[in-house]
Design a binder for this molecule. Structure first.
Ligand code: GLU
Length: 471
């Protein structure tokens, strides 16, 4: 039987790293087994589900490269199917209408609590054949077996046993007829022929209830794998308090998708002490049964380290494609400067994130308003006038604007004015970037481009002259 996994997010918020890791595990396992990966949007909670959240999920998955073979299926479009199955269970006597009022249920709970027993429905309406007079609209409850146990051999958690006596007669349809969460999941897992349910372990207590419903519907149960939680560095469940937690936030903060994927897979899964994995390697090596039982701690520094690794290693045109987004975010015009893959090649050793890379390269795309004060004070002084004029002249005569030709021109200017290269390079750097820090001077000039470089040198010369005149 071919493996079929599904990712089933509720679109009530952003795609956070926990969800993304679940999606990744589902995707990897399907790919590893040559099976199918299904995307199902669990949007039946109409008050909390939003279209913005659906879009964030789809966008996040697309950015991470988690492509699905089927879907996205929307549960709100599948209501007829759930209603049919509820009717079926009712007619087969496997579910029943419950007319108990809210007040009765609350009183029952109070009583049970007072007696120190776990609150649960007492099954009063189980045997009712006609509605009591004046009863409110009923809910539909599933007739959960009263005896026996549900045994789950979870691929991650191992052997877990649940006593049926602990389980309630779950409500599967509300008074308005809408199905509830645990029911729609089962119907869909069955109808979509899901073989492996891989999900967060906050769902482990739903599993025995779902298995009982699944059996009642006559389905074969899938294999379950409950993935442990992700914690923040303080040991608490990872949340916004700890920093960025949504996939699109990491994207906007300048991470590469391959870095985030590589980071996420290692949260709970390992292969010896290997840290760096290409996607094809992961597809080959990943097995859901190898995922750790213990919760993992999110380590922002390690993610940053991986990001830097991929920025250094990845194909320049690929990184350049990602860089475009960040250029736009900073209001820089891609058309008004060097080719982005050249920027990547020059800056890749100097940036931990793509945002940092763009910030450090802004000088090549946009004129700066002012020099950095300390840099200008230190380097744009009268002694720099002659070397700057000289280098302007030799740069002007460079016909082919390459780092080598630029290097040669700068050397010549230094020699002809009798200053050390450093004494020329720093004023020149401040002149063309406004700051004292940039890549090597030939690469810096190369990125800036000839006409812009000459104009900026002119401006620096004028700046020094003005300062001298007003001194
Ligand atoms: N919709 C559920 C959630 O977002 C997942 C349900 C499942 O995977 O079974 O938590």
């Amino acid at each position: 039987m071919s493996v079929r996994t599904r990712f089933a997010p509720s679109p009530t918020g952003l795609l956070h790293v926990g969800g993304a890791r679940t999606a990744l595990f589902c995707w990897l396992y399907a790919r590893h087994c040559g099976g199918s990966f299904v995307l199902r949007i669990e949007d039946t909670d109409r008050e909390r589900s939003t279209e913005a959240s659906v879009n964030a999920i789809l966008e996040g998955m697309a950015w991470l490269g988690l492509d699905y073979d089927e879907g996205p299926f929307y549960q709100t479009q599948r209501m007829a199917l759930y209603h049919d199955q509820i009717e079926r269970l009712l007619s087969e006597g496997k579910a029943y209408r419950c007319y108990c009022t809210r007040e009765r249920i609350e009183a029952l709970r109070e009583e049970q609590r007072a007696k120190g027993i776990k609150p649960r429905y007492d099954g009063r309406c189980r045997k009712l054949s006609t509605p009591p007079p004046g009863a409110p609209d009923p809910v539909v409850r599933f007739k959960n077996p009263r005896e026996g146990e549900v045994v789950v051999d979870d691929l991650i958690r191992g052997h877990v046993v649940f006593a049926n006596a602990e389980l309630d007669d779950l409500i599967i349809a509300r008074p308005d007829g809408t199905p509830t969460y645990n029911f729609t999941v089962v119907v869909d897992d069955l109808e979509m022929r899901i073989t492996h349910v891989i999900r967060g372990d906050d769902h482990i207590n739903n599993t025995p209830r779902q298995i009982n419903i699944l059996h009642a519907l006559g389905g074969a149960r899938p294999v379950y794998a409950h993935v442990p939680m992700i914690l923040g560095p303080d040991g608490q469940r990872l949340s916004k308090r700890h920093g960025a937690v949504s996939v699109l936030q990491f994207r906007d903060d300048g991470f590469l998708p391959e870095a985030l994927l590589n980071y996420l897979v290692r949260l709970g899964w390992s292969h010896g002490d290997q840290e760096i994995f290409s996607v094809s390697e992961l597809v080959q090596l990943f097995d859901i049964a190898d995922v750790n039982k213990a919760a993992s701690v999110f380590d922002f520094d390690k993610l940053l380290w991986l990001n830097q690794h991929y920025i250094k290693q990845a194909d320049a045109t690929r990184v350049a494609a990602e860089l475009e987004r960040h250029m736009a975010q900073l209001g820089l015009d891609v058309g008004d400067g060097p080719d982005l893959s050249e920027v990547v090649n020059v800056q890749r050793e100097r940036a931990k994130t793509l945002v940092e890379m763009v910030e450090k390269s802004a000088f090549a795309f946009r004129d700066f308003d002012d020099y950095e004060e300390t840099a200008a004070k230190k380097h744009l002084k009268t002694v720099a006038l002659e070397p700057l004029r000289s280098v302007r002249e030799s740069l002007d005569s460079v016909s082919e604007w390459t780092p080598q030709a630029i290097h040669q021109a700068v050397l010549e200017a230094a020699e002809s004015t009798g200053v050390k290269l450093g004494k020329l390079a720093q004023p020149l750097r401040v002149a063309v970037t406004g700051t004292a820090v940039s890549p090597s001077i030939d690469q810096t000039l190369w990125l800036v481009g000839k006409s812009r470089a000459l104009a900026r040198i002119d401006a620096a010369v004028a700046h020094i002259e003005r300062a001298a005149a007003s001194a």
